[in-house]
Design a protein around this ligand. Structure first.
Ligand code: AMP
Ligand code: GLY
Length: 424
């Protein structure tokens, strides 16, 4: 089969690497891809948020048998619908299901209606009303822009002053653009966090191994929220008991809720969860693979990823046994100085002698005049496997130290979080 992968980050490089090892896959195309993806796949220079242009390109390239849509934006814009309506096979939810990520107000209402455990909340479209509420609500409080904001539209406000400033930034100053026209003001929850991703074809839902993200830019969970600065898998506090609780109270009810709403979800459902003293609660849903979660999940997958994708499309996931390696995987993201705010691009990336089994997931990289250069905020994910998180972590960092570019920064504590937590 010839497969087109939509997207250009570290997640897509991990997906392309997994597909490249599938005996079913002959050739991979990537739209638009990056320098690492370009070593495996043929790069296609079409703007994937222009869904009609993507549809026209796939129509014109009869050799494409299947398209994997990885990022949130094209899913929210309806790229899966566009391609399916033209008769193409696709991995990724339709627009009416991708809304579970694209609108926080939608997902909060869904959880309330179907009794899926989550933080208490109120939704506001008027600045005055949001301000009046935040003047008296419990503190700390969490503010969330309704729409997509590259994972950055969430403010955890520890003081009332911060909360009032946050409402103004989102709703009046439009810091996150139109994503902040509507905001969700949410109860602050505490507990360890885990990304629990699952494949679903709308009839069956099968969990992947768990992982933990590090959203803040700086070591020690300081600095601004980013798309994710590193991950490790698995989460030590998520054993059989928690997995069962999440399956019964969150995963199956969410799949059923989407069916009941006439929004059958087919693809990857990503549950951002918190283990609170009152049980597991949903912090967020995503309608896709996480980035950089995928970079630690797919290297542990023993089953052919292409087979899973096709089983989801054909609604026969129940028949497939999905196998995972034991052990652990760690991914450390190397970022451009300044990210998640303004940063410079075009810095040359150099490598020392890396271990053979280290997995590099390119994110913001490009080839320029024969040299590998930076072209985004998150530049590379350096991933390593081990018998446990600690050994994977040591190996990842040993290799991180051999990579250089001007302004490069990374967190030095990926894989340390939850080390002392009670294991399950
Ligand atoms: P989100 O984009 O919704 O995942 O939020 C980004 C991060 O903000 C999450 O990973 C949490 O660390 C934090 N967060 C979001 N909602 C809450 C909440 N209700 N209570 C505490 N922390 C939260
Ligand atoms: N790493 C968080 C996300 O993909 O949304």
């Amino acid at each position: 089969m010839n497969v087109l992968v939509i997207g250009n980050g570290g997640r897509e490089h991990a997906i392309v690497q997994a597909l490249a090892s599938s005996p079913k896959v002959d050739k991979i195309y990537a739209m638009k891809g990056n320098a690492g993806i370009g070593e495996i796949a043929e790069l296609v220079n079409v703007d994937y948020c222009d869904i009609k242009a993507v549809g026209d390109w796939v129509d014109a390239h009869k050799e494409i048998d299947y398209t994997v849509i990885a990022p949130d934006d094209p899913l929210a814009l309806g790229l899966a619908d566009e391609l399916e309506n033209r008769g193409h096979r696709v991995f990724g939810p339709r627009k009416n299901a991708a809304i579970i990520e694209a609108s926080k107000a939608f997902s909060k209402e869904l959880m309330k209606k179907y009794n899926i455990p989550t933080a208490k909340y109120e939704t506001f479209s008027s600045y005055e009303e949001a301000k009046a509420y935040v003047e008296v609500c419990d503190i700390p409080v969490v503010l969330k822009a309704d729409g997509l904001a590259l994972g950055k539209g969430v403010l955890i406000c520890k003081t009332r002053e911060e909360a009032l400033d946050g409402v103004k930034e989102m709703m009046l100053d439009k810091k996150f653009g139109s994503a902040g026209n509507k905001i969700v003001v949410e109860e602050f929850l505490e507990g360890p966090e885990v990304s629990a991703l699952a494949f679903t074809d709308g009839k069956t839902i099968k969990p992947m191994i768990t992982s933990c993200d590090h959203k803040r830019a700086k070591t020690g969970d300081e600095g601004l929220n980013t798309g994710g600065m590193g991950t490790f898998s698995p989460a030590p506090f998520y054993g059989e008991k928690t997995a069962q609780e999440v399956m019964e109270k969150i995963m199956i009810p969410t799949m059923n809720a989407m069916n009941a709403e006439g929004r059958t979800f087919k693809g990857v459902l990503y549950f951002g969860l918190m283990k609170t003293k009152d049980g597991m609660k949903v912090i967020e849903y995503n309608s896709r693979f996480g980035d950089p979660e995928t970079q630690v999940i797919l290297p542990m997958l023993k089953t052919d990823l292409m087979e899973i994708f096709e089983a989801v499309t054909d609604e026969r996931l129940a028949d497939l046994d999905i196998q995972w390696e034991s052990g652990a995987c760690v991914c450390v993201v190397l970022a451009s100085g300044g990210y998640p705010e303004a940063y410079e691009k075009g810095k040359e990336i150099t490598f020392g002698d890396l271990d053979d089994d280290v997995i590099l997931c390119h994110a913001g990289t490009a080839m320029k005049e024969g040299k590998l250069v930076t072209s985004g905020g998150r530049v590379l994910g350096v991933c390593a496997k081990g018998s446990d998180v600690e050994s994977a972590r040591k190996k990842a960092y040993k290799n991180v130290e051999k990579i250089r570019f001007d302004g490069m920064y990374y967190r030095t504590d990926i894989g340390i979080k939850y080390r002392d937590i009670e294991r399950e």
